[in-house]
Design a protein around this ligand. Sequence first.
Ligand SMILES: [Zn+2]
Length: 467
Amino acid sequence: MDAIPLTDEQEAEAQQLMQRIQEESRADILALARLLVSKRESEIFGETEFQARDVVHRVAAKAFEVHLREKKNGYRGSGIVCVHCQQAAEFQGYRKKEPVSLVGQVLCQRAYYYCHRCGTGSFPWDEAVGLTPKRLTPAAEQVASMAGVVCNSFAEAADNVLHTMAGLRLCESTVQRTAEDAGKRLGQLLADGKTLDFPHPWDWHRDAQGRTCAYVSVDATGVRQQAEDGGPAEGRMPYVAMVYNPVPDLPDDSPFHPSPKATMKARYLAGLYELDELGVLLRKQAGQVGMDRAEQWIGLTDGGNGLENFVRTNFPRDVVLILDFWHASEYLLELAKAVHPDDENARQALHKQWCHIMKHEGGQTIRTHLEQFPIPPRKPAARGKLSETLTYFKNNLHRMDYPTYLANGWLIGSGAVESACKTVVGQRLKLAGMRWREDGTDTICHLRALFKSEPRQWQAFWQRSIN
Ligand SMILES: [Zn+2]
């Protein structure tokens, strides 16, 4: 810790506080000393470290307690304005509270006000210090939320990870409620048009022509739902949207390679949004990372309902729309299967040949090629597939100019957003046997998206640096 500049008065207070903390922690520190001398060489670390951490936590909790004993803790005079009815709420004395902090429970007293008119009691201190409804302090809230969204389940976070890694003992429902409440708060901030942290324009990577490029992408992924009675309910499809700066795929001799250390930067948004609403939020994030400064905008999506239009409407500045190559290639695979239902090798060879044409000669050429492809009359299933594929290609032709995209060094696969669907949503909300409620789906998606975005975003949210 850096030296904190204090006034003379504060320094005197600190000296007194240290005396009292020392006095009140003597028993704990003595217990720690006794613990250490009792250990053989082979036992000095390991379990002893956890026991030592518990003692250190108790000493720190004691420091908070001793300090808070001297403070007013929300006392604002004999009366305050009732937050509910704006009448006078009277001071009723002090009430006990034991918030759970990162260093364990901290026993304290804080001022209580009661409004006789509307019958509402209030503790100004609880709000001022940022206690959650489950009486967690902000740091405990952050750690519990992180474990809740990163672990495979709230139970795993509570029963094992938080306890072992942070010495924090919380029950499963507390972890769940805490993470969901935090996700809800985040969702509300974003919906209110707020941003976390100040804008940090990215250093956009250059394409083969030396133009800086910014990418946006959006996709949807199904999450299984639980009904009120615990049984299955109809699934919901959270959207995952992202603005990103991927490392381009340039020829070896290109002068525009980014530094070898360059990695993809991304900001994600996820939740049970309407596309219109999501567009507003993604534009805000794009503004934060300086998308305006990139010379070329690229929107990569698959053929999903409304996705192309989402990019076109929200990012209208000469955006290049690209149909995800792998999605188009799936159509070719299905068609190859229908042509060669019983011959795996022939099917693979045909699929490979078609993909090659599509990749190197583009959408129009593969379309013409398929139109002329001789399908035997005794294969009506293949005829059906062919007409389906031709319709799909016809509708997407304007965004299937793969040879040009590749020559520019642009990405042609929406791998980034598909991988985001997995990392942001799938790996937490789509594990075996999982079913979610609508609220949990939405709020945990928000928090996961924040966690997977640049690390500064997560920190800014918890430091409450909100603009
Ligand atoms: Zn009132």
